[in-house]
Write a protein of this length. Sequence first.
Lengths: 187, 571
Amino acid sequence: MKRYFFPALKLTLVLVLLTAGIYPLMIAGIAKMAPGKGDGVTIEKNGQVVGYANVGQQFTGDNYFQTRPSAVGYNAAGSGGSNKGPSNPDYLQVVKDRIDTFLVHNPGVKRSEIPVELVTASGSGLDPHLSPAGALVQVPRIAKLRNIPEQKLRDLVQANTKGPLAGMFGPATVHVLQLNLALDEIH
Amino acid sequence: MNTELLGIIATYAITLLIAFPLGRYIAKVFAGQRTLLDFMAPLERGIFRFCGIDPKEEMNWKQHLKALLTINMLWFVYAFFMLIFQDKLPLNPDQNAGQTPDLAFNTAISFLVNCNLQHYSGESGLTYFTQLFVITFLQFVSAATGIAALVALFKALRQKTTTQLGNFWDHLLKTTTRILLPICIVIAGILAFRGTPASFAGKDTIVTMQGDTVQVSRGPAAGMIAIKHLGTNGGGWFGANSIHPLENPDYLTNMTEAIAQLIIPIAMVFALGFFIQRRKFAYVIFGVMTAGMLALLIPTIISETGGNPAISQLGISQATGAMEGKEVRFGPTATAYWSTITTIVSTGSVNGFHDSTMPMTGMMQLIAMMTNCFYGGCGVGILNYFIFIIIAVFISGLMVGRTPEFMGHKVEAREMKIAAIVALLHPFLILAGTALSSFAIAHGWGAGWATQPGAWLNNPGYHGFSEMLYEYTSSAANNGSGFEGLTDNNIFWNVSTGFVLILSRFLPIIGPVAIAGILASKKHVPESAGTLRTDTATFGIMTFAVIVIIAALAFFPALALGPIAEYFSLY
């Protein structure tokens, strides 16, 4: 073993320097040229940071488009999902309660019209998006509370919908924070 | 065709388009032929001079393993103490505490063995210093270790009779400088430009639009996330791994990370063909591995896009599929694809929580790790597959009544014993571990423990059993993903999985390298009409059958108690 110990020790030193020292500094350097300079991309309103572009935030008010349920309360100090199995009876009760709450706050919406992401917790607890259907189903509620024609809000959702990557790959998404910022612009 | 399905087809197609030339490149690197990155040579020479290593000194299989085990032992000691004392080291802007000894034991081993089981959350359980100097470092070198061991096997297969299998240090360093680092810089660059943090700034505090004060964890994550995938490591920067919107911001990064984790495992198969100049042999292996992947992937996609039947009963239409534990920007199809590739290649990173997937999906994830050789982890995937080849050669030989031969060398009792031990070790560790933890719960062990066994599980019934089965399967496959509902940061799980991790890493490296070394040192028997050909579809099917019989059927009773029982209770 002695024959191998000192080469191993020295090679370890070099590899630590290379992979944990030089490499991360190099990436941090490259990231300086990226949006957000490697600190994370923020979204501002009137010069005030109101959030991170890639980190979802909670909207509980009925007059805003609401985000998905979260196991960590949208506090990005941590992250995580519910880790509930599909057959867990306590979990299914929670989903049932979410459906009932949604129906109370959104009269006129039928059960079968509720997109599933609105009653299930995301994996990160920080999901910034909804599907277009997840935003559209909330339109009648918000239109009524804000006295805005429904069609105008549907157009707003449409305008804030990002299609699949290159028009071909993956699902379409709606960024809830950006949608709500745009919503506040309507008078 | 819908865009979600198209997305994963494109992802896999791009993977192959990169993996094939990469395989040719890797073969050239280790054959010492000219490549694009030859400008690294002076740096490598300088490093070898500093370390007192002669990279041209040939090692036999025993010397290879001695060097490998020595340096790995060193890394373990280094990592263990760094983790315990991380609170006293620099680069800790969030003031996180040191790890407890049992957690540090588990974490150090877990990253050393390329598993990346994480019994902590990245945001609070590590500092930027340990994220880089322990985690990122080990993610590079553990992947390089697997590849270096595999290259020794390549060299054993290439020659008729030899004991000279190249130099371990040379394989290790070149893997890092010629393969891992350059590709990682590209991947990390893509991530950084799509919004993954890469600076050293600590947690940020912001007031959200509706007035909540929240914090946002950050850090030099992009580089680590690149090697976490390229090296099939899987341990995330953030607790939620690649589900986290900073760790995996959009569909493009999702494709990038999915491609990154699969290119080296597939490239190594092609590299084998180029290196030993038996391309057809490699294509047969690739075919079997791909068939195995599809057999796992298709049921997974069907069950995830079908949604949770219990939620359908509540009157909800699940147009896109099951969404618990998943993110809208990826959708269930991409999450299903990821869950399959991350379990076949031992990455263990996730873009949707496995604990919340459907029972059929959970079973596919488990079988992927139980077989653990469809592409498989960096280097070790082919080492695992090699064991099955040897067994298939032996069984085929017996069936036709000939002395089993592989690549012109007789396969005899000694090699078969090693192959059998390695093949049986995997089910033994998984089933014995699960039995032990089930016993602990059933018999109320650990009255004095901080976490009572009764509080381990996050879900009742069959699914709870699956959580334990998954944890040991993931450990034994050096995968690292989890049914994360399991309360695993306590002495029982930290220590028991720690030992499973060590055994299931090093024995499956030692075994195949030893077999290859022993075979290569034997007299070469020229091929004749009576030789069993190993580069035919027939032999491929034979190997597939051996994998199914040994790896999958051993686990059937355990699967019946977990995901299969849950399936029938739900559908």
